[in-house]
Design a protein around this ligand. Structure first.
Ligand code: ADP
Ligand code: MG
Length: 365
């Protein structure tokens, strides 16, 4: 895959504060890249630098292999869509969408035709003559998209574009966006705070913290193989066990924990005895069990949370640790969820994933 966007060692400082810290990233042509991270981690600053709304303090950003250094926002083909849409209130819908073409000197008949095509694609052609102020939030969002896409840019930057919409509209717009992205093959760089958006729509996800990339990978990679405790906790719904590597009496490598030994995945057998590590087990890898399981833990049921496809159960073990297990809907029927009852979870050692015990990430909860 060729890179449409290359971010090379980019740093952005505001006074003494570093918003983006020597960050490098390649985005492939046609890729849907999601960027997540806590508030203040530098996501918007990164997007604004790509758009040309801020200049990097150091480093360079290449668009189709050409440096963007010194190019103003209107001189590069990287429109940005964000929550506060910045549509022109004094222009109607069609005029807003035509704007970018007008700036490029496209003749009136031609730009009208192209703008109308985009209004149709986004199913808002009937609002062409309406004032922006007469539109709902979802309709405005579509106008903003049409306005950004009408110039057929190689990269579209989206900064939490759906965060102001209600749940129903968000779902609709998600499918509009992923449909468009697939159909047009435009590269999307999409900042979102929603796990479900990032994980359902994107090819790769970036997790940022303090101006740096903590991890980048496919949704599946990140979910199953977080590189650090920070990423594992950021993605939530993970069980993280800390302990020391030991050998049990059968010669198997185990992790000692306050709730007893846990067998390690075979991939982790190279770990030295006595090494301190952390083991992540995703909540959907645990099963409720009555009988034998290679790894087992028991706990009291202390809470439940309904999610679309089932329920997350929260257990508290003897040592006071909380375990999260995701139970599919179909298994709930024969299960009594009386608070305080004891349940046992089991999992396969190979479903565990070892991360380094790294104190750098400890301060983030
Ligand atoms: P995010 O979008 O991830 O929430 P931002 O990129 O908006 O984070 O901000 C990253 C850091 O840079 C924050 O500490 C923020 O306060 C700071 N920052 C962003 N823009 C400016 C600015 N124009 N002037 C000063 N500080 C800024
Ligand atoms: Mg932001």
């Amino acid at each position: 895959m060729s890179s449409v966007l290359q971010i090379k060692n980019v740093t952005k400082r505001f006074g003494a504060a570093t918003a983006v810290d020597s960050l490098s990233l390649d985005v492939g042509a046609g890729e849907f890249l999601a960027i997540m991270g806590s508030s203040g981690s530098g996501k918007s600053t990164l997007l604004r630098m790509i758009a040309g709304l801020e200049q990097p303090s150091e480093g360079d950003i290449l668009l189709n292999d050409v440096s963007t250094r010194g190019l103003a926002a209107h001189e590069r083909d990287t429109p940005m869509v964000w929550q506060s849409l910045a549509l022109f209130p004094f222009l109607n819908v069609l005029e807003n969408v035509e704007f970018g073409l007008k700036m490029r000197g496209v003749a009136p008949a031609e730009r009208r035709k192209r703008a109308m095509t985009w209004l149709e694609r986004l199913e808002i052609e009937r609002f062409a003559k309406r004032a922006i102020t007469e539109l709902s939030g979802g309709q405005r969002q579509r106008v903003a998209l049409a306005r950004s896409l009408v110039t057929e840019p190689p990269v579209l930057l989206l900064d939490e574009p759906l965060s102001a919409l209600d749940a129903h509209l968000t779902m609709r717009m998600q499918s509009v966006l992923s449909g468009l992205q697939r159909e047009l093959g435009i590269t999307f760089v999409y900042v979102t705070h929603s796990h479900s958006e990032a994980f359902s729509m994107s090819d790769r996800v970036v997790i940022m913290s303090e101006g740096r990339i903590q991890q980048i990978g496919t949704p599946r990679d990140l979910y199953l193989r977080p590189v650090s405790r920070f990423v594992a906790e950021f993605l939530g719904a993970n069980n993280i066990f800390s302990g020391e590597v030991r050998e049990d009496h059968q010669g198997e490598k185990v992790l000692t924990t306050e709730d007893g030994p846990i067998r390690l995945p075979e991939r982790a057998y190279s770990r030295a005895l006595g090494e301190r590590i952390e083991l992540v087990v995703s909540s959907d890898r645990l099963v409720l069990t009555d009988g034998e399981a290679p790894n087992r833990l028991s706990g009291r049921l202390i809470g439940e949370e309904f999610i679309g496809a089932g329920v997350n159960l929260f257990l508290e073990t003897g040592s006071g640790r909380e375990i999260i297990i995701q139970v599919p809907q179909r298994e709930l029927n024969d299960l009594s969820l009386t608070p305080g009852r004891s349940l046992t979870v089991g999992w396969l050692p190979d479903d565990g994933h070892v991360i380094e015990s790294d104190d750098r990430f400890r301060h983030v909860s």
